[in-house]
Design a protein around this ligand. Structure first.
Ligand SMILES: NC(=O)c1ccc[n+]([C@@H]2O[C@H](COP(=O)([O-])OP(=O)(O)OC[C@H]3O[C@@H](n4cnc5c(N)ncnc54)[C@H](O)[C@@H]3O)[C@@H](O)[C@H]2O)c1
Length: 353
């Protein structure tokens, strides 16, 4: 099969980890006989430097016309005084593409569970997904203003906005351990009361999936006390913003975590959850696994290439088991070495370690 991917390397460590991700994609193409047409375009700070615009029109058009978008990372203090910040490109892209669902898997690999700031026995076995509503809620509701005397934000959700995100979570859960944790604050918030009602309605459509409701404050505690109880967590924008960051520390390094954002019918966006880590840039020491697992998510979710995604994920797991680790994981492997080791494991070539 042939697929068109727009690649946005961006800033800081972005170009280095993108290189690693695309090299793994190349190995998948070779092993499974696919053709991936990849167009690399400026975005973020790179867009400002090259086109005087964090989201150049050519980049936006290519994203809109592609089958999937792969983003590495953007941002850095270099653009602090630019008329537009690099991060604006991402907000604009999400808005234009209608990316309403943000999916963040958090998996604790047993080989590096000791790196988690929590006790190993607590995090071991954690394998959850946070599904966050991305385009509604408190961040976008109007009226929205502040002055010296008061500030106003508006929390508003329509039935459609709630329905599509919870439905997405149930669909994901069906292919996992069939458990949905719906997080709200239904004892206080009207939007949460509607949220809970709709979650109950949707659960009737999925009799094989178990639905549990949690208040957000209790969920925040349970995520630290017993994260392995969760399978798919679904929640609104603000709660999701906070809980997905809280969950991200479980794995021990931000460099391990991929994400995906979905629209209803356009191309999806796949990217590591972390930023551009400027202090690591140009040193060939960043962990490329977040990017490589983003490629695996892209293969599975955008192209339904399950076998290919599993092969890539297995190669990552085997490489970790052989002790080839970047600095953030307690090793001294370079970005390119780790990427090469993963590619070798995919094609069944030289084994290190
Ligand atoms: N989606 C994005 O592109 C995105 C997301 C968050 C932050 N940012 C931007 O990134 C820049 C840096 O932000 P920050 O330092 O707060 O967050 P960051 O995620 O870049 O870094 C946080 C910490 O994690 C480490 N880290 C991150 N990715 C790593 C990797 N792949 N391998 C090893 N270590 C890794 C960094 O060294 C740092 O210690 C800022 O300009 C910020 O606005 C961009």
């Amino acid at each position: 099969m042939e697929y068109h991917i727009t690649a946005l390397p961006g800033d800081g460590i972005g170009p280095e980890i993108m290189e690693a991700g695309l090299a793994c994609l190349g190995t998948i193409a070779q092993k499974f006989g696919h053709i991936f047409h990849v167009e690399k375009l400026p975005f973020g700070g790179d867009g400002i430097d090259k086109e005087n615009d964090p989201l150049p029109p050519k980049t936006l058009k290519a994203c809109q016309n592609s089958d999937a978008i792969l983003l590495a990372a953007i941002g850095g203090s270099k653009w602090d005084n630019a008329p537009k910040r690099p991060e604006e490109a991402l907000l604009e892209l999400r808005k234009t593409l209608g990316l309403y669902a943000n999916i963040r898997p958090v998996k604790v690999f047993s080989q590096i569970a000791h790196l988690s700031p929590l006790k190993e026995e607590i995090v071991r076995g954690t394998d959850l997904v946070v599904v966050r509503e991305l385009t509604g809620g408190l961040y976008f509701g109007t009226p929205k203003h502040w002055d010296n005397k008061s500030g106003v934000d508006t929390l508003c959700y329509s039935r459609e906005e709630i329905y599509r995100i919870i439905h997405k979570a149930f669909t994901l859960a069906q292919n996992r351990r069939k458990k949905v944790a719906s997080i709200d604050k239904a004892n206080v918030l009207s939007t949460s009361k509607l949220w809970r009602k709709i979650a109950n309605e949707i659960s009737q459509e999925f009799p094989d999936v178990e639905l549990t409701h949690y208040y957000v404050d209790a969920a925040a505690m349970l995520l630290m006390q017993n994260p392995s109880r969760f399978d798919v967590i679904v929640t609104e924008n603000l709660f999701g913003d906070i809980l997905s960051d809280e969950a991200s520390i479980l794995s021990g390094s931000l460099g391990m975590l991929p994400s995906a954002s979905f629209s209803l019918d356009g191309p999806s966006l796949f990217e590591p959850i972390h930023g551009s880590a400027p202090e690591l840039a140009g040193k060939n020491i960043a962990n490329p696994i977040s990017m490589i697992l983003s490629v695996a998510m892209l293969l599975r979710e955008a192209f339904q290439l399950e076998k290919e995604a599993c092969a890539l994920e297995k190669a990552v797991n085997d490489t970790l088991s052989s002790g080839i680790l970047t600095q953030d994981l307690g090793g001294n492997a370079k970005t390119t070495e780790l990427s090469k080791a993963i590619q070798e494991r995919m094609i069944g070539g030289t084994q290190h370690g």
